[in-house]
Design a protein around this ligand. Structure first.
Ligand code: ZN
Length: 276
């Protein structure tokens, strides 16, 4: 599943090129998770603004010549990827959305169709407003600190790993990134979230930020078939300390990396380096 770094890598791979392009046509294929919410023909002639990311969503602002504005909120679901190229062929059986512009075609390829493209007048109204409402803070928000994380974890009995994955405090720590950040912070993933001290919350937040930054720099993780809008794969998964390494020696101490299942997701950790 594309996580925050993969979505950010996708954004970086086409945002500069599509900004300022004019919409020439909108083509939709099979139904995605939610309906588009606008007649695509109405968007012809609108201009694409600066693409933004919020959590795992991308927001493509669109502006009409008569001053109207809105945008498309896009989500890659479980298996989606976006490409942005000129000279694209006819949509294939898994291509369900094309935004044809004066600079190329932005195409959503999504075999499992859990992805979405929805129209809204802004990010805070209509369907986009609903989808973005429950999201936690952005990990690179300069105002975010360990005190906030600590306050929000108070009283939570769920494990710290599951609290991270929930994404309602800080977005972006998907499974691979949550495992790696907890390893770097030396925190046992099974520890009850409410028991984490404030200094350990600060450390964890720094490690979440570091892991996500590194993942973006490496082009994300290609766990299944992630590709950015140029068709390039990411390499973060090749650098993991614990994720996907059950039974292999910890890179720090040599102890066998352990795997447990938490909330139906695999957690990988070093029982020696990571403490309760
Ligand atoms: Zn270790």
């Amino acid at each position: 599943m594309p996580e925050l770094p993969e979505v950010e890598v996708t954004r970086l791979s086409f945002a500069d090129r599509i900004e300022g392009a004019e919409v020439l046509a909108v083509h939709t294929g099979k139904p995605l998770r939610w309906p588009l919410g606008v007649d695509g023909d109405e968007l012809v002639g609108w201009q694409v603004g600066a693409v933004q990311r919020r959590g795992k969503y991308l927001w493509l602002p669109l502006n009409a010549r008569d001053g109207r504005s809105g945008g498309l909120l896009m989500h890659l679901g479980m298996s989606g990827s976006l490409s942005f190229t000129a000279g694209v062929g006819e949509p294939g059986p898994h291509d369900h959305f094309d935004l044809v512009t004066s600079r190329g075609v932005l195409r959503l390829h999504d075999p499992r169709r859990f992805g979405a493209v929805v129209w809204g007048a802004s990010q805070t109204t209509g369907m986009p407003g609903k989808l973005l409402a429950g999201l936690g803070r952005e990990p690179f928000d300069a105002a975010l600190d360990g005190r906030y994380v600590h306050e929000r974890l108070q009283g939570r009995k769920v494990s710290i790993k599951q609290a991270l994955l929930a994404g309602d405090i800080v977005v972006g720590a998907g499974n691979i990134y949550a495992c790696e950040a907890l390893f770097r912070a030396g925190i046992d993933p099974r520890l009850a979230a409410g028991k984490l001290s404030r200094p350990r919350c600060e450390r964890l937040l720094r490690e979440v930020q570091g892991v996500l930054q590194q993942a973006v720099a490496l082009g994300g993780s290609s766990l299944r078939d992630f590709r950015d809008a140029h068709g390039s794969q990411g390499h973060f998964q090749l650098t993991t300390a614990v994720y996907g390494r059950e039974g292999e020696p910890c890179r720090a101490c040599g102890t066998s990396v352990k795997r447990v299942v938490q909330g139906q997701r695999s957690t990988f950790f070093c029982p020696n380096c990571q403490k309760r």
